[in-house]
Design a protein around this ligand. Structure first.
Ligand code: FPP
Length: 274
């Protein structure tokens, strides 16, 4: 059997080292990610999250459903911090849907109180991290203290240049498309727009998300595989990622895994690959 020398020449070490550096450079490892495994190239610009599974998480522990909502703040922090660390510019959170108003009164009341106190208590942290907060949805449906806390947070953070955090409250995709259609129809009746102006691009400017790029990646926790009336228009070509863990168990690592899965996808937008 041929003898293979174990000692390599300094030149070989140099070539190996240079190759490794090139590989790392191509991969673009993010120094900010906890495990260093998320590449900085091909990051989603907008991540949307359906924070589902709070009720099931609580029930699994023999607790009332609201216990799940009350224990969801760490997950919220981790999702926000994870996006900041990766340099993702937009994060949309589905916090309360139009259909959620049909839930038991006690659960709705707990959620509204939770939104209000969280918005008040976290305002300092939003400022500290340069986060700009906005909201989408039929916000006039919300109780007055919640509207006030929301308004205060939106006003205070409006000039921040960091992560743009969009909270969907009393939101549904059908509501959004309906209100956009109504606003466009009003402009046509008023003579500010013509029937011939109607196009997907024009209608999109009337949606509550105007100016915000469509989500690249949608993460739904809790394992269910449906859109549940979320950003129906905006999700046309969004990559879907279903995470089995319930929302109170969601951590940065789950976000990183979703982003890695996204980076491995081929997005064709209805086109063909060459
Ligand atoms: C869905 O789980 C979760 C909600 C309806 C509430 C989500 C809200 C938060 C996590 C608080 C966010 C706070 C701010 C300020 C943005 P579910 O109750 O439908 O759970 P299930 O599917 O197990 O029943």
């Amino acid at each position: 059997m041929a003898h293979i020398p174990m000692r390599m020449s300094p030149k070989i070490y140099w070539v190996l080292g240079a190759s490794l550096l090139i590989l790392v450079g191509v991969q673009g490892l993010s120094p900010a990610s906890t495990d260093g495994s998320v590449g900085q190239t091909g990051l989603p610009q907008h991540v949307a999250i359906m924070m589902d599974g709070n009720g099931r998480w609580a029930k699994a522990q023999g607790k009332p459903r609201v216990f799940g909502h009350q224990n969801s703040m760490r997950s919220l922090n981790e999702a926000i911090e994870g996006c900041i660390e990766l340099g993702i510019p937009y994060l949309t959170l589905y916090a309360f849907s139009t259909e959620n108003w049909t839930r038991p009164t006690e659960e709705i009341s707990t959620l509204m109180q939770l939104f209000t106190t969280t918005l008040r208590e976290k305002l300092g942290e939003l400022m500290q991290h340069n986060i700009k907060l906005t909201a989408i949805g039929n916000l006039t449906d919300l109780p007055t203290p919640c509207q006030e806390a929301l308004h205060q947070a939106i006003q205070t953070t409006q000039h921040n240049q960091g992560l743009h955090l969009i909270v969907a409250l009393s939101y549904s995709g059908r509501w959004d498309i309906t209100q956009a259609s109504e606003a466009l129809a009003r402009d046509i009746v008023a003579g500010d727009k013509q029937l011939s102006d109607i196009s997907p691009d024009v209608l999109a400017t009337y949606l509550s998300t105007t100016g915000i790029p469509d989500p690249d990646l949608l993460i739904r926790t809790g394992g269910d595989m449906r859109i549940s009336n979320f950003l129906l228009w905006q999700l046309a070509y969004t990559e879907l990622y279903i995470e089995p863990v319930y929302w109170p168990n969601f951590r940065k690592e789950h976000l990183y895994q979703a982003v890695q899965a996204y980076q491995a996808r081929e997005r064709r937008f209805g086109n063909v690959t060459s």
